[in-house]
Design a protein around this ligand. Structure first.
Ligand code: SF4
Length: 616
């Protein structure tokens, strides 16, 4: 039934596997056998896809699969102690399945609940605001085998925590308003209708209608809100001008895979402003001549799926989506939601497209770019959730209005996801140009020493730089704004981020796969007190390797948190440089410790180093 619902299309492989797991708790060899037959896809390919995503299980992981969020803010809020408490209550070892096969407890990178952590996922549904009492109740529910649907509803309640609003978060948006405004930009109804009819074929250059909308987006100087800041109007224009082969169409993709630790703004936009986002996608479809759209929703936001599907269904009934939009024959555009399965790298647009096509989320070689050769080789635009929300407001109020907000080089507003050491974590929307100091005052940060802006791949802003501004001309950001007060050890912050990159490296290219592991080992070595001054040059060498040889941005930026914190918090590293001589990051003696313990052979002769009295 699942396969039939997805039209027996291998491009829906990720969704099919997800639904199979939701029903069967894991993806069994029998399920893969049946998929091989019904989809006509080689078994190795299905296994390759299932093995790529961290939320898919090809071995039983229990009826209840608990994953604790392990972002730095969860750590600061005591997630490790809570995880131990749950493991102890359930008699299960971390990372393992309980002996009765009922439950597994592990950790995942970040669940996008940094404003209300600590958090966990149980069977991919988020529970935030964890306390010891809540953990004890969860343990009871699991032991009593209570179905998730009967767990207390308040456990699954996610707060929006909107703290400061501006043009997007205050938008009292009437569904359809932006589309009507776009329609009004056509010089006459006849031209509008002909433009809408030719939506399917993609439009040549013309006057009014889609071209006018595109001009407004360009005039607004809207830049992508996913972090890279590419000019949205140019991206849309390139897609619109890309030739279509027979049977092809143009595609609009909303990238709602916000996996950067510390970011959660898209979660709130989709929960509370879904009409604004979907309308922005529809405006984009109109401007570029697309007929098919996708929302790629990160797996951690699975709880939003029913809500989003309800919004899409209502919009179809209201003729704001689907066939004959606004009642105009030929104006067709519809949206499907694809749910991710726990792969940070899928936030990269070409990896996301691979995942949408039912494959492993490996970033593609570029060029060609998605605007000409995207989803199933068709012209495709991929934009961030916030970009589409802004596009809807631009269609409604015009490019000049939007360009007048913010700074000369950064038009409009930016929504910041504020978390960490502050009294009021949550969403803050500001016109671009706001200073870091201003945001810190608004969120009630006491005694801050640093802010990590834009997540691990972003910038660590130290106290002396708090007058720097949020904007493409100074500090560009996808939205994360994580505050660290003076109690925090910035070395450990960087180490957490390095572990994140090592875990999330997709393994496709050797420099990143190996380089992130070496970097992690190096930071762990410093953590254990075995660092020496030589390690600074080792880190620099690794950075050069990752920068020059990695295939995608993850590898390019993996050393950023370390280099930034070395430059700004060097004493945190120097106090760990206890050795005079260089010691390799891989400590064979330490690695053998567990085996020695298991075999009961931990005498001096079994050790490798001469200082232990053994052979070197
Ligand atoms: Fe994968 Fe890392 Fe290579 Fe990117 S740089 S493709 S994440 S291995």
């Amino acid at each position: 039934r699942v396969v039939a619902r997805y039209r027996r299309d291998p491009a829906n492989m990720v969704q099919i596997l997800r639904e199979i797991q939701e029903v069967c708790d894991w993806i069994s060899p029998e399920a893969i056998d049946r998929l091989q037959t019904t989809l006509g896809v080689p078994r190795t390919k299905i296994e390759g896809v299932a093995g790529f995503y961290s939320f898919f299980y090809t071995a039983p992981r229990g009826k209840y699969r608990v994953l604790f969020s392990d972002n730095i803010t969860d750590r600061m809020l005591g997630n490790r102690a809570l995880m131990e408490r749950l493991c102890n209550s359930l008699w299960v070892e971390r990372g393992k399945v309980s002996e009765d096969g009922l439950v597994s407890v592990g950790k995942t990178a970040c669940t996008g609940m940094c404003d209300q952590g600590p958090a966990l996922l149980v069977n991919n549904l988020a529970i935030a605001g964890l306390t010891a009492e809540r953990i004890d109740r969860i343990a009871e529910l699991i032991c009593d085998k209570v179905p998730l649907g009967d767990w207390p509803a308040e456990f699954f309640k996610v707060q929006d925590n909107i703290r400061r609003v501006d043009i997007l978060l205050s938008a009292d948006f009437q569904p359809g308003a932006a589309l009507l405004a776009a329609r009004a930009r056509a010089p006459d109804e006849g031209l509008m209708a002909s433009n809408m009819r030719s939506w399917r074929e993609g439009l040549p250059s013309g006057i009014g209608g889609p071209v006018a909308v595109l001009d407004e987006i360009k005039r607004a100087n809207l830049r992508g809100r996913g972090g890279a800041g590419f000019i949205t109007g140019l991206k849309w224009e390139a897609c619109r001008n890309a030739p279509l082969k027979t049977g092809q169409r143009r595609i609009v993709v909303c990238n709602a895979d916000e996996g950067e630790p510390g970011t959660f703004k898209d979660r709130v936009l989709l929960a509370k402003y879904a009409d604004l986002v979907v309308e922005g996608m529809t405006v984009a479809a109109y401007a570029v001549g697309a007929t098919q759209g996708f929302v790629y929703l990160r797996g951690e936001y699975r709880y939003l799926l029913d809500h989003l599907n309800a919004v899409l269904a209502r919009r179809r009934r209201e003729k704001l989506l689907g066939e004959n939009i606004l009642g105009i024959p030929g104006a067709d555009f519809d949206i499907e939601i694809h749910v991710g399965a726990g792969a940070y790298v899928c936030g990269e647009e070409s990896a996301l497209i691979e995942s949408l096509e039912g494959k492993r989320g490996t970033p593609r070689n570029r060029p060609p770019f998605p605007v000409t050769n995207g989803y199933l080789d068709q012209p495709t635009i991929v934009n961030n959730v916030e970009t589409f929300a802004a596009a809807a407001m631009i269609a409604l109020k015009g490019g000049d209005w939007y360009a007048g907000i913010g700074t000369k080089h950064s038009a409009g507003t930016k929504i910041l996801s504020v978390s960490g050491d502050c009294e009021r974590p949550g969403l803050y929307e500001y016109p671009f140009g706001v200073s870091v100091r201003h945001v810190l005052a608004d969120c009630g940060a006491k005694d801050p020493q640093a802010v990590q802006v834009s997540g691990p791949s972003g910038i660590c802003v130290a106290e002396a730089e708090f007058d720097r501004i949020i904007g493409f001309e100074d500090i560009p950001t996808a939205g994360a704004f994580t505050v660290f007060d003076k109690r925090r050890d910035m070395f450990e912050v960087a180490r957490n981020y390095v572990h994140f990159f090592q875990h999330e490296s997709c393994g496709f290219c050797t420099p990143c796969r190996v380089g992130t592991s070496l970097l992690k080992n190096l930071m762990d070595k410093l953590h254990y007190g075995a660092g020496s001054p030589y390690d600074f040059s080792e880190i620099e060498k690794l950075n050069q390797l990752l920068q020059s040889m990695s295939h995608c941005g993850l590898g390019h930026t993996a050393c950023n948190p370390v280099l930034d914190t070395i430059a700004k918090f060097r004493p945190a590293y120097e106090k760990r440089m206890n050795q005079q001589d260089f010691t390799p990051a891989f400590d064979l003696d330490r690695a053998l410790a567990a085996a020695r313990q298991m075999t009961g052979r931990d005498d001096a002769a079994a050790h490798l180093s001469s200082e232990h009295g053994g052979a070197t």
